[in-house]
Design a protein around this ligand. Sequence first.
Ligand SMILES: [Zn+2]
Length: 449
Amino acid sequence: MSVNSYGEGYWRRSHQLPGVLVCPEHGAALADSAVSQGDGNQHEFIAADQKNCSPVAALPSWASSPRQVTLLQEIAKRSAALLDHPPVRFRDWGAYYRGAVIDRGFDKGKENVAQNLLREAILSLFEPVIDLIPGGLGGDWPTAMVRKHRKAFHPLRHVLFPIFLDKRSSQRRTAPPFGKGPWPCFNRLADHYGQNVIHEIAVRHDQDRVIGRFSCACGFVYSREVGSRSSPRILDFGPLLDDQIRQKVAEGLGLRAVAGYLAIDPGTVRLHASRLGLNVPWKPLAARHSRTLVPDCDAIRTRWLDMQQNYADLSRRQLALLLPKEHSWLYRHDREWLEQHSPTALHKKWSDQRVDWETLDRSMAIQLRKVAREITREVPPQRVTQAALERKLGRPRRMSERQVKLPKSIGVLGEVMETTDAFRLRRIVWATAELHRQALPVRSWRVRR
Ligand SMILES: [Zn+2]
């Protein structure tokens, strides 16, 4: 209500809408009136007065967060606009939204929507206000919005969705992430080394990273991350390497000489020669290893490289924790390659600068809540601990080391973690329900078990 300008209080329609927590014009936090919608006769008119509209007693904590306020004001503005200019024309909203998100890069195949990416992106945009708008953001509504609308959606959804669309159109995706191509091949053994001859690219979105996998017709495959300055990761040398190794071994060259000629490390030469079953002048890999393990070498290397691409800020030690088998195999049989293809101190410094902590923090906070919910659904009940959460996220000890950079995640962590007592209580409730389900009499000794 506004006493100052008119001398009399009144209700503003635009302040009464669901999801509207701030004034659309000023962004100031709105105070709750003492009038509840559920009270008495719904047709009764209650005038706004000093008694039922006390001034804001204490500002909510989000009022000092520009990000939350900006988002809330955007929601308020759009809601008010919807009141002033309700859409007059019928629109096939499902088709309209579907086309809009596909235009913004959420396409999968020709006409489908990448639903998981879309949901994550919407959640991540509204994450700062998720808890402030009860019922506004939960559920799977983004998925339903881009399908045929079989029922009307709450107007708030038609407020939120266009906000998301506007934010997206101003972002990237106007250009393909790696440009138009063709892209260079880095196969030193090919005549076209360094030339733009690659036409085949597969782009993968991993959280906020965009990774391209480039496959040349010569069989050489490498991957690269958008915005990364480090050299591309070689995933496959292709058949040219085999031919050359065969040829050089036949010429009688030694291990170092072959490696030097091919400009690759001796470990790689040794492995591929062994895989090809060549009769080499150097000490071959132990037979028991070569038979069972060498065929897997490429797969092991690929997993090691992939993990680095996905988690560019992990140290070698952390990678080893995530891929213990791969690491110990590489350490024993492929050490030189491992040294060359692991994060070094220098590499790590670079990567740290590239990490967009804010985005990472936001998406990790969302993941944490999700994973915590998953843990509480496990049977028999598992306690929600930091270790359990991090294990599920596949990022051991990552959070504690980065506390300062992940304020949101640490906050969520504090919220979702269970004390021993809370967990005991939940277990008892579960056990009791379980006994009921099995129709066993609830005796205290059964619960305790
Ligand atoms: Zn090539």
